[in-house]
Design a protein. Structure first.
Length: 294
C-alpha cells in the first residue's frame, strides 16, 4: 500500500502555489516541489499538488534499547525503549553515523510495515515503557511520528523524539506537543560549522531547542522532557571557545538543569579522514560545562 493511501492526513505543513507546485513548510529548507518531485530529504514529495510523507507506515527496522542509548539519562532511567526510524533526512551531515539510512535514495530499506496502532500495541504487550523515533530524523516523517505518539499515549506508552531540531516554527507546536521527551542534537556552536558540515543553520536549531525547553507541553499539560547532545569532532567543534559559548547559551536560554551529553566521534561517511575523539576531549568538555554552571 502506498504512503499516500496509508497516511490519514496529508498536506499538513505546506503552501499551495501555482501550476500544481507546493512549498513544504515542515523545515527551514522550504522546498518548492513540482508534481512528482522530491524534497531534499528524499522522502517527502508532491503528489498532485499535495506534499506527502512517502515513508508513512514503513520502517527501516525496530530494536529494543535501553533509554540511556538515546541518550536520555533522566527520563525513566533503566527502562527499555522500542526504537525505530524510516529513511531520509533533512540535514546533510558529512559525519552522519547512520548514513546508510538517512542518505538512502530508494525505499529498499523500508522492509517493515507497521501502523501507529500496531507499534503502540507491540510496546504495550511487551512491557516497554517508551517508543523512540530515531536512526533518521523524525522531523521528515512527522505525520507518522505524531500519529504513533497519539496511539502510544492511548496505550499508556511514552514517546521520545531523537532529532537534530531543524524544524520550522510553524511545525514545532504540532510535533512537540505529541512527545513526552526529546533528545536534540546541538551539533556545534558556530554558523560556519553548521553550514559547512551539516548544510543547515544554527539559529533554526537554537530556536527549536528554546521552544522545546520553555514552551512545549504534551496533551496532559506536562513539560516535554529535553536533553541535549553534542558530538565532539576533533578540529571542528571541540575548541574551548566554542564549548564555552555553547554551554553559556544553554545556561542562559534553557537553564542550568537541562542535561547536556558529550559523545565521541568516530570516522564515518564523508569524514573518514578525521580521527576519533580522545577521552581527554570529553572530560575537558565536561569540565567546561560545569565551569559554565550546567
Amino acid at each position: 500500500m502506498t504512503a499516500a493511501a496509508l497516511c490519514p492526513e496529508v498536506g499538513r505543513w505546506q503552501t499551495a502555489l501555482a501550476d500544481g507546485r507546493a512549498r513544504c513548510d515542515l523545515c527551514p529548507r522550504a522546498c518548492v516541489l513540482r508534481p512528482g518531485q522530491r524534497g531534499f530529504c528524499f522522502v517527502r514529495s508532491n503528489h498532485d499538488g499535495v506534499i506527502v510523507s512517502d515513508t508513512y507506515g514503513h520502517s527501516s527496522g525496530f530494536a529494543v534499547d535501553p533509554v540511556e542509548k538515546k541518550p536520555l539519562n533522566h527520563f525513566y532511567p533503566g527502562s527499555s525503549v522500542l526504537s525505530f526510524g524510516t529513511a531520509g533526512c533533512n540535514s546533510g551531515c558529512r559525519f552522519c553515523q547512520n548514513w546508510d539510512i538517512t542518505k538512502a535514495c530508494s525505499f529498499d530499506r523500508l522492509g517493515v510495515e507497521a501502523s501507529p496502532e500496531r507499534i503502540a500495541e507491540l510496546a504495550s504487550q511487551r512491557g516497554i515503557q517508551s517508543v523512540a523515533f530515531t536512526y533518521n530524523d523524525p522531523i521528515v516523517f512527522a505525520e507518522y511520528a505524531i500519529d504513533t505518539a497519539q496511539a502510544c499515549r492511548e496505550a499508556g506508552v511514552r514517546t521520545i523524539a531523537v532529532t537534530a531540531g531543524y524544524m520550522s516554527a510553524a511545525a514545532r507546536p504540532d510535533f512537540y506537543q505529541a512527545m513526552d521527551a526529546a533528545n536534540i542534537d546541538l551539533k556545534g556552536f558556530t554558523e560556519d560549522f553548521y553550514w559547512r558540515v551539516t548544510g543547515t543553520h544554527l539559529a533554526d536549531v537554537l530556536d527549536t531547542i528554546e521552544f522545546a525547553v520553555r514552551e512545549a507541553r504534551n496533551p496532559n499539560g506536562d513539560h516535554v522532557w529535553v536533553e541535549l547532545i553534542t558530538l565532539l569532532i576533533p578540529g571542528y567543534n571541540d575548541d574551548d571557545a566554542q564549548l564555552h559559548n555553547e554551554c553559556a547559551w544553554i545556561r542562559e536560554h534553557c537553564g542550568p538543569d537541562v542535561p547536556l551529553h558529550f559523545s565521541a566521534f568516530h570516522p564515518s561517511y564523508r569524514m573518514m579522514d578525521v580521527p576519533s575523539t580522545p577521552l581527554a576531549t570529553l572530560t575537558r568538555a565536561r569540565s567546561i560545562a560545569l565551569e559554565e554552571g550546567l
